[in-house]
Design a protein around this ligand. Structure first.
Ligand SMILES: NC(=O)c1ccc[n+]([C@@H]2O[C@H](COP(=O)([O-])OP(=O)(O)OC[C@H]3O[C@@H](n4cnc5c(N)ncnc54)[C@H](OP(=O)(O)O)[C@@H]3O)[C@@H](O)[C@H]2O)c1
Length: 321
């Protein structure tokens, strides 16, 4: 089958190990099922994998991709939940210390077929296209958990989103504004700031700009480049939710501000299957859909990876096998 896979790890030149080519159809262990992929979305995770973060050379070749929507063996339209847990694990899947994401230990979704545990598929409502549904399980689910579970953000609060153009960032803008949150964003690019306003952000600022007032919460995925600004932008008692560190994970900690202003720094990763189902319902209820930067054939996936590496995208890049 056609698949997009990592054949080599290169921390400095991630596209060097990227191959679009033939791989065997997936093995299906007991309790697992095969999903025929109709759409699969690209995440920064796939670039991290090619750089060797979360994927070691002894697991190569590895099919990339965490996100997919497709058809299961019984002909049902489904969305794949990418968090794989131990069979014995009960409760919040993101807290299983042995958890992995598709494409870390088991082949991922950027292929014509993917095998997943049966418990990892949830129904796709027909109002949601495969293209939109494929954007939900990683970036959108992460944004949902950051805002509503880990950040405990409520309507009327002001929330700053750092780095407006990304998959998680655009999800934070759309979900937050649909929930009655006043969403402010930063971006390095004027074009992305304009796009963020069109998606529902109330105000958009250049990266690092002084804000008109301090905010209740900040959503961080950029890391080193924006961390100090995030800490300085918070009201006393405010919350900084972090789920990524695209620009580096060793910023100055700003500890004095953290303790003196009694800030909360909260980590967040992916989301549970229940949260994925609630996210799908929320999208239907509020009639919101993921912002899609581009949809392309799986065979052209290299162009999508290159675009993300350059940081060109506003929203998600989706592949159709
Ligand atoms: N913990 C989890 O479960 C989880 C889940 C999903 C994603 N993540 C992580 O979250 C991060 C974002 O993921 P994504 O898929 O949304 O990636 P993406 O679509 O590639 O977005 C990257 C964003 O980072 C910003 N950015 C990158 N470098 C920057 C820099 N030097 N200075 C300022 N901004 C910079 C860009 O903002 P502008 O160009 O607009 O300034 C862009 O919005 C990644 O590191 C990913 O691994 C973690």
């Amino acid at each position: 089958m056609l698949a997009v896979y990592a054949s080599a790890i290169d921390p400095d030149d991630p596209l060097r190990g990227l191959v679009v080519g033939e791989r065997p159809e997936p093995e299906v262990p007991p309790g697992w099922t095969t999903v025929t992929v109709r759409a699969a979305a690209l995440n920064h995770h796939d670039l991290w994998s090619l750089r060797g973060v979360g994927l070691s050379a002894d697991r190569l070749p590895m099919i990339l991709g965490c996100d997919a929507a497709g058809i299961d063996e019984d002909g049902n339209e489904v969305v794949v939940h990418a968090v794989l847990t131990d069979d014995a694990w009960r409760g919040d899947e993101t807290l299983d210390p042995t958890r992995s994401l598709l494409s870390e230990r088991y082949p991922g979704t950027l292929a014509q077929q993917v095998a997943v545990p049966r418990r990892n598929i949830v129904p796709k409502p027909e109002q949601l296209s495969f293209e939109h549904a494929a954007c939900l399980p990683t970036a959108w689910l992460t944004a949902y958990r950051m805002l509503f579970t880990r950040g405990a953000v409520s309507p009327g609060m002001t929330v700053l989103v750092q780095g407006a153009g990304g998959g998680v960032a655009t999800a934070l803008i759309v979900l937050g504004s649909a929930a009655g949150v006043r969403v402010w964003v930063t971006s390095r690019s004027e074009h992305k700031r304009d796009q963020a306003l069109a998606l529902g952000a109330e105000q958009a600022f250049a990266s690092g700009a002084r804000l008109p007032e301090r905010v209740d919460a900040v959503m961080e995925t950029v890391g080193k480049a924006t961390w100090a600004h995030s800490v300085r932008s918070l009201k006393p008692g405010g919350t900084l939710v972090v789920s990524g560190a695209t620009s580096g994970d060793t910023p100055p900690a700003e500890l004095t501000r953290v303790f003196f202003l009694q800030l909360s720094v909260v980590g967040s990763t992916m989301g549970t299957r229940d949260e994925l189902q609630r996210l799908i319902r929320f999208c239907l209820e509020r009639d919101i859909r993921p912002a899609i930067h581009a949809t392309m054939a799986l065979a052209d996936a290299r162009d999508g990876f290159a675009s993300m590496l350059e940081g060109e995208q506003v929203g998600k890049i989706v592949f159709e096998p």
